[in-house]
Design a protein around this ligand. Structure first.
Ligand SMILES: Cc1cc2nc3c(=O)[nH]c(=O)nc-3n(C[C@H](O)[C@H](O)[C@H](O)COP(=O)(O)OP(=O)(O)OC[C@H]3O[C@@H](n4cnc5c(N)ncnc54)[C@H](O)[C@@H]3O)c2cc1C
Length: 376
């Protein structure tokens, strides 16, 4: 892949940068941590990005985009990363639910749900993990039983990010218990305000992070038109929705790695930590390797090939991210414990090797799918 910027890429990058300059306050980077905790600011960023066509640049106008091609979209994502643009407040809505809804939804579902989701007016949660069914999604036990035009749901979800603030969830239920594990699962659009839904927030050590919840379903009734995709085909809905997330995660990780590296450099200068130069060199090389592997993955995709690099990028990106923020803590020295912004970054990085598939599970997938090793 030729990584020199084309005139078309430069033109969209400059338009995007001008928009971002307009939106962001002058002291944005200097007060990044405060802005990160400012939900109204992050909501405003999502809404304005939707209106201006920078939210999902490859989609058409009216759906948060402007019909950009693959490379132009990558340019915008990397630029947004480089500028540390505000994180979307309901990231799983835009990153996972929206592409799944677009791919599997009926015209009526798309018409009803997609724009409010993209504008950030209605937040969405992902109802996948259950106690005993996290990595092993095929083991979910939440049941949906059909009675005429209605499905009745009973069961429990866990680690459901922002369920307490979301209006809807994509809810995965077992609909055919006799089918093999990966079949007989159906995805539903569940209204989290419906009778029979109980949401409990899980207490975490850091109040300012996105909330984690347990969600209980007791005889919750869903209409037949709440099914997303085909009945018993929820596995495919989940996998294709998560594919979009995995394709984006490496860029998200790379952004945070770059920000972490900037932090390390300034701390090392301030505290004269030349002893950390070798570690810094390793982490810089990792960041560059991630970027180049990302380009290779995109090149394969442009050729119409599904790239095994995406599997490696999730694992390598999330582990490098943790190492960089650990190094940032080391470089800051004892002062790290009194820097809430730095501690938040470090805690946040810890989660990266869990969500979207743990590192262990990712290694299994690489072994089986990329290297063709026998199943463990
Ligand atoms: C920040 C964050 C946000 C999340 N948001 C959501 C959300 O919105 N919705 C949702 O549904 N879920 C969410 N999750 C849950 C996440 O998907 C699960 O935590 C993840 O899938 C792991 O499942 P588990 O926690 O049940 O661990 P388990 O699957 O019980 O795994 C426990 C340990 O065993 C290892 N392990 C498991 N199976 C294997 C294997 N076959 N081989 C080797 N090792 C194995 C794992 O790597 C892990 O170390 C979120 C998690 C985090 C951290």
């Amino acid at each position: 892949m030729d990584i020199t910027e084309t005139p078309a890429q430069r033109e969209v990058r400059e338009r995007y940068t001008a928009w971002l300059d307009d939106f962001l306050p002058d002291d944005y980077l200097a007060r990044y941590h405060e802005h990160r905790l400012d939900w109204a600011f992050r909501r405003a960023h999502q809404r304005d990005a939707f209106e201006a066509g920078w939210l999902v640049p490859q989609w058409e106008p009216g759906l948060g985009g402007q019909g950009l091609d693959h490379l132009e979209t990558l340019t915008i994502r990397l630029e947004s990363a480089r500028r540390a643009a505000p994180k979307l407040p309901n990231i799983q809505g835009v990153g996972v639910v929206a592409p799944g809804l677009r791919e599997h939804g009926t015209p009526e579902q798309i018409d009803r749900y997609l724009v409010p989701l993209l504008r950030g007016d209605e937040w969405w949660a992902l109802g996948m993990s259950e106690p005993g069914a996290g990595s092993d999604f095929g083991s979910i036990r939440t049941r949906a039983v059909r009675h005429g035009d209605t499905w009745v749901v009973n069961g429990q979800k866990i680690w459901t990010t922002q369920a307490d603030q979301s209006r809807y969830a994509t809810l995965y239920c077992r609909t055919d218990p006799a089918a093999p594990k990966h079949r007989g699962i159906t995805c539903f659009i569940a209204d989290l305000t419906a009778p029979g839904v109980t949401i409990r927030r899980i207490r975490s050590s850091e109040d300012s992070l996105e909330s984690f919840c347990e969600v209980f379903f007791d005889d919750v009734e869903l209409r037949a038109d709440a099914v997303l995709g085909a009945v018993d085909d929820g596995w495919n809905v989940a996998m294709s929705s998560l594919d979009h997330e995995r394709d984006m995660i490496w860029i998200m990780n790379w952004v945070e790695i770059e920000r972490g590296l900037a932090h390390v450099r300034s701390s090392m200068l301030e505290h004269r930590r030349d002893d950390l130069l070798v570690d810094l060199g390793r982490r810089l090389a990792d960041a560059e390797a991630i970027r180049m592997t990302g380009y290779r993955a995109v090149t394969n995709e442009l050729r119409g090939e599904r790239s095994p690099e995406f599997l490696i990028l999730k694992l390598f990106g999330s582990e490098s991210l943790q190492q960089v923020w650990e190094l940032a803590i080391q470089a800051a020295g004892p002062g790290a414990v009194t820097d809430p912004g730095l501690l938040l970054e470090d805690f946040d990085a810890l989660a990266a090797t869990l969500y979207g598939g743990t590192s262990e599970v990712q290694r299994n997938i690489i072994g089986e799918r990329a290297l063709g090793l026998p199943k463990g």
